[in-house]
Design a protein around this ligand. Sequence first.
Ligand SMILES: C[S@@+](CC[C@H](N)C(=O)[O-])C[C@H]1O[C@@H](n2cnc3c(N)ncnc32)[C@H](O)[C@@H]1O
Length: 209
Amino acid sequence: MIKESKLLDLDEIERVTLSHYENNAESFWQGTRDHDVSQNITAFLKALPKDKALDILDFGCGPGRDIYTFKSLGHKPVGLDGSERFCQMAEQYSGCAVLHQQFLKLELEENSFDGIFANASMFHIPSNELPRVLEQMHRSLRVGGILFSSNPRGNTEGWQGERYGHYMEIESSQRFLEQSGYKIVNHYYRPEGKPREQQPWLAIVSEAQ
Ligand SMILES: C[S@@+](CC[C@H](N)C(=O)[O-])C[C@H]1O[C@@H](n2cnc3c(N)ncnc32)[C@H](O)[C@@H]1O
């Protein structure tokens, strides 16, 4: 893969990537509904206040597996996804509101979330747009708000089939996060308990400064 985001039309990146999810919505749900992401949910909630129902944005929520979990734990999650079908599925499955928004055209209310949970979603944001999106997310967080992200790791950017992805290791992730006003609280690799070469996922908990 080459670093090609600057050469590509951003509308095209979102349109083609989202069409992939939209056209494979049912099989995506069947393939991921039982994924165990409890390690990520625990790491995210551990960094947040324990004594209140939290306003949580599930960024790129897909069909709603994790919004359902947050609601079951007594929190007040809201989903966000660019796939209309996923928004419908997530609303139906969780009973929570889901915003139909694209990552590159966000319209988020300022100071409205205690935490943003972005499980397997932010890698779809091209590198040249990432600072702008991270800053918008920052503005939607309350003081001391937490951003959780988990992404496939690497040092490449470009198309993989019908989906556009930007893959980073901890060093570049840290640079992007710090430049946009976040401080990393914790990071780890997944799946748990495997040698590093068998851990393709990088999870990061960071705090809005
Ligand atoms: C790999 S899925 C992860 C879904 C869910 N968070 C999970 O853990 O199962 C990526 C999600 O990001 C959404 N997505 C990808 N690009 C997007 C964009 N540009 N705007 C909004 N949503 C997008 C997809 O529709 C999909 O729901």
